[in-house]
Design a protein around this ligand. Structure first.
Ligand SMILES: *C/C=C(C)/C=C/C=C(C)/C=C/C1=C(C)CCCC1(C)C
Length: 194
């Protein structure tokens, strides 16, 4: 619960900065956004680790997921800033990190720990988070494709949609993750009382 609170707090602080930046310059607050993500996405990996810890998750699972997320974010950042003219290729490289996380949660050791837990509350929460990774996180690459230089959807989506899509993704995923963790905490609490 503490980590979920921290994630929404970090995001809230950055959204204040991003709002001012947008209001003053009329351009995308890319730096603030990626500083937010580089803190909050690894914390989401910590949430996966913590809910699986009682069922045998080891630190190497956590480090693997954090490494995938840093890979995803660092290359995405490069594609949005320094190498904007070749954003598509950097986006493709970044996507490998996303696939790594996706694999871990849907088929890899994280999935196996959840299945082996025999705890229906944990499994339900884990599966919901896995769907957030598949559907909720897929919102971001769509926003990224609105980059005007060579984005795959740049002719279709106006430039502003990049920030709007990222904002929608953040709202869905950060609040969604928080609610899943919250309901897991409640149901595990009930079980502990019984
Ligand atoms: C709270 C913030 C979250 C959950 C941010 C998630 C960000 C992503 C899943 C970003 C993914 C990207 C790709 C898969 C390719 C293009 C570049 C990114 C960084 C937008």
């Amino acid at each position: 619960m503490l980590i979920s609170g921290l994630i929404t707090f970090i995001a809230a602080v950055h959204y204040f900065y991003m709002r001012d930046f947008w209001a003053e310059t009329g351009t995308s607050p890319t730096e603030f956004r990626y500083i937010d993500w580089i803190l909050t996405v690894p914390l989401m990996c910590v949430e996966f680790y913590l809910i699986l810890k009682a069922f045998g998750a080891k630190m190497d699972l956590l480090w693997k997921m954090i490494a995938y997320s840093l890979w995803m974010l660092i290359f995405g950042y490069l594609g949005e800033t320094v190498y904007r003219d070749s954003s598509a290729i950097w986006g493709a490289i970044s996507t490998l990190g996303y696939i790594g996380i996706f694999y871990e949660v849907w088929f890899g050791s994280a999935k196996k720990l959840s299945q082996g837990s025999n705890d229906p509350h944990l499994q339900k929460a884990f599966n919901t988070l896995a769907w957030f990774i598949l559907v909720g996180w897929a919102i971001y690459p769509i926003g990224y494709m609105a980059i005007p230089t060579d984005g795959l959807l740049s002719g279709v989506l106006p430039l502003e949609s990049l920030d709007i899509i990222y904002n929608i993704g953040d709202a869905i995923n950060k609040i969604g993750f928080g609610l899943v963790i919250y309901s897991l905490a409640i149901s595990s609490g009930k079980k502990a009382e019984a």
